[in-house]
Design a protein around this ligand. Sequence first.
Ligand SMILES: [Mg+2]
Length: 243
Amino acid sequence: MRNRTILCFDLDGVLLDNTLLGFLKVNQILVELKLPPVSPDFLREHWGKKMDDLADLICHLQGASKEQTACFKKREKEIHPDYVFDRGLLRALVTLPQFGFLTAIITSREEMDFRKYTRKIGLNPGIFHYIQTTDDYPCHKPNGNVFIPLINWAHDLGGGATAENIVYFGDTIKYDYRAVINARLQGRPIKFVGVCSGINTYKEFRDAGLEETEIIPSHDNLSFYLNRLIQERVREKKKQKVS
Ligand SMILES: [Mg+2]
């Protein structure tokens, strides 16, 4: 990795190990609305979609009325399951900038929901250098154009940062990795790291073409992976000093 590296994270399922909690929440709301629950396999298939679109799909399939659909969307924004942000991961995130890394988030959440949720779980958005919610740009994953504002931001920083300096960490093949592949097809060679946290498995990421080194086998390993990047920089610095 070159000196200026931008580590961009998906929020749900990557910075947060909240996939199962999200599944439970969907079914809790359906039960409240007296609608049938959906299967984990169905949710795994569509997880990563913009929540508004996912809500429309779920409600349509479960035979919800217009009122029930509106209520589902309202409740989805109101309920934030208890979640404690991983302290080890937080330490790694705040340490990364001391070693030349910039951190960013591109999430499929709306701005207001993102602010509300991060406040609730004690994650200070101010530690990130760049944040993009669905309110910030009209293109969403898996559209490769979703990365255009981040690439422009990186370019405006100066220092020759381009798409090649960006690594996107995602937990879904269908939305996150697909967005990166689409960006690459448009000539923006963003790197990708897959995080296995409940949607796609290690094998599925491998079958989709990722190398072993591009897959983090469980959410617990994310802070370890980031700390290893820091250690690599420490070793590089030591080498430079010796030579
Ligand atoms: Mg995700």
